[in-house]
Design a protein around this ligand. Structure first.
Ligand code: ZN
Length: 182
């Protein structure tokens, strides 16, 4: 397992629709290593989800962990049910320190392949529902900024540009968890 650098807003891979992995034998050692790295990087960055695009890999793989007992692997996820609408504040590890209210379905059911190659159903409400939708958006090249109103988006993009002043490139090294706590 290893920490992978995060791709930040401006990195083209975040806008790339990711390619399907495929079932059965397609979930190979490389995919499992990617899943392990996504979990490790997400936890070190203190996120509740991370998509492969965010570490520079345009494949339909993401992880979500909203609590110790709620951690999910999403390979080729498909939304099969959605219900209700709810607006809550949201952020993204690829756009650090920017937050906005985003409207999402209140409850979703997602079908996805796990790291063993088995197809599973995941039902979520609250933060889990939000995280599932946010990560699935990433796999389509969509960011939460695309789901806020134009005025708020312009404001956030100005903030972002200001925060990026004097910086080059769109990669951010993630500090290991133990070091972060020290
Ligand atoms: Zn995100």
């Amino acid at each position: 397992m290893s920490l992978r650098p995060l791709h930040l807003l401006g990195s083209p891979v975040l806008r790339e629709p990711a390619a399907p992995v495929g079932g059965g034998a397609a979930v190979d050692a490389e995919v499992r290593a990617l899943v392990a790295d996504l979990f490790e990087t997400m936890r070190a960055a203190k996120g509740v989800g991370l998509a492969a695009n965010q570490v520079g890999v345009a494949r339909r793989v993401a992880v979500v962990e909203t609590a110790e007992t709620e951690s999910f692997v999403l390979i080729d996820p498909v939304l099969v049910e959605k219900e209700g609408r709810v607006k809550e504040e949201e952020g993204c590890l690829s756009i650090p320190d920017l937050y906005a209210d985003v409207e999402r379905a209140a409850r979703v059911v997602v079908e996805a392949t796990d790291e063993q190659g088995a197809r599973r159903r995941i039902e979520g409400t609250g933060l889990l529902a939000r995280a599932l939708q946010h990560e699935m958006d990433h796999l389509d090249g969509i960011l939460f900024l695309d789901r806020v109103g134009p005025i708020k988006r312009r404001f956030l993009l100005r903030q972002w540009e200001k925060s990026r002043e004097g910086q080059t490139g769109y990669l951010k090294e993630v500090v290991p968890e133990s070091a972060a706590k020290a």
